[in-house]
Ligand binder design. Structure first.
Ligand code: NAD
Length: 332
């Protein structure tokens, strides 16, 4: 199944939801955006609220949500609407994938990260004590409704995190790069282009067998940065790409990275390792060796010969480590 990506203004979104009321609506909603939802949904008895989505993206809350919906009488032909950031849509998608062996769902991402990445592509997940996203299922939403009006209330931290993913798309796709480089571009147009680009790749490779693996650009280092520095995913991925390109002397890649970084108004301080006094190299190497994207004997890095031309470069941890250690930020 391929998700339909639709764009709505906030008012239109209320109408779109209204149209779905022909059926009974079950929903999983981030409580932070409660006031931005139609009143009837705010007071619906069929809503499971997420107060702290990332912390609740776990087995315990999953069991609570399933029990809640089953008691409310959810049927196999019903569907769930998920409104929130990536943690909410990952969680809701997993509930939808498993309840009655899978029911339809609609994703309404309310963060930049959700709009360009997390809500698209059907990777649903829960975190486990041993790591993030270790349990999950592929279950694409039937529709993804993008409403950029939600971004008005997003913290600057979360905006930067989403922009990190956009920067990655700019490196992987020439059209996205060109759009970002136009003197004035509309954020909404860029978001829709990124969402449709991800959807077009997923359509041909839902399960990470070919093109979809290129979305892992920067993720090997990025996950380790995210873990040891406790920073948002997209900021960690931006750092992952930058240090990977430096370590592998990807001159064209670095040039494009710098241009995108400036144009997207990303924050130098938040992506420079020297700014993090809490950085612990030992913890970083350990996190790197636990990355779930590793193969048994090594790491498949995504490198970039030029914009739009990523390639897989197999290596092993000692080689990667020695290249990183040659960089000034990793010395000492
Ligand atoms: N499935 C995938 O393909 C995929 C891809 C990337 C990331 N992810 C997952 O997505 C999550 C990260 O996404 P995220 O950054 O959206 O996290 P998130 O859902 O935790 O949202 C970040 C914060 O923003 C708040 N928020 C949501 N919408 C808001 C709004 N409109 N205004 C103000 N605050 C708002 C949330 O309550 C939260 O505090 C992680 O769990 C990650 O594993 C999944």
């Amino acid at each position: 199944m391929t998700s339909k990506i639709l764009s709505y203004k906030q008012l239109e979104l209320a109408n779109a939801l209204e149209r779905k009321r022909e059926k009974r609506i079950f929903a999983i909603l981030d409580s932070k955006i409660k006031n931005m939802l139609p009143q009837w949904l705010q007071f619906s008895p069929d809503v499971f609220w997420m107060q702290t989505p990332e912390d609740q993206k776990n087995l315990e809350t999953f069991a609570e949500a399933c029990e809640f919906f089953l008691k409310q009488g959810i049927q196999r032909g019903d569907y769930i609407i998920a409104v929130g950031g990536g943690a909410t849509t990952d969680f809701a998608g997993f509930v939808a994938a498993t309840i009655h062996r899978g029911i339809h769902w609609i994703a309404v991402p309310t963060t930049l990260m959700g709009m360009v990445d997390a809500a698209i592509g059907g990777k649903t997940a829960l975190n486990m004590p041993l790591g993030k996203n270790l349990i999950g299922a592929f279950h694409e939403p039937e529709e993804v409704w993008i409403c950029t009006d939600y971004l008005r209330t997003l913290s600057s931290h979360d905006v930067l995190s989403g922009k990190g993913e956009i920067l990655k798309y700019g490196l992987l796709n020439q059209e996205i790069y060109d759009l970002i480089m136009t003197p004035t571009f509309e954020m909404e147009e860029l978001i829709l282009k990124c969402a449709n680009y991800k959807q077009s790749v997923v359509m041909n490779d839902l399960r990470d067998q070919s093109q979809r693996v290129f979305f892992n650009l920067g993720h090997t280092l990025g996950h380790a940065f995210e873990h040891v520095l406790r920073i948002p995913h997209g900021i960690a991925i931006t750092m992952g790409i930058k240090y990977l390109f430096k370590a592998y002397d990807q001159k064209e890649g670095l040039q494009a990275f710098d241009k995108l970084f400036k144009k997207l108004d990303l924050d130098e301080d938040k992506t420079d390792l020297s700014q993090y006094s809490r950085f612990n190299k030992k913890d970083f190497w350990q996190a790197l060796s636990h990355d779930k994207k590793r193969t048994s004997d090594g790491v498949n890095l995504v490198l970039l010969d030029k914009i739009g031309a990523p390639k897989i470069s197999p290596t092993n941890l000692p080689m990667l480590k020695s290249r990183l250690e040659a960089l000034s930020d990793f010395k000492g």
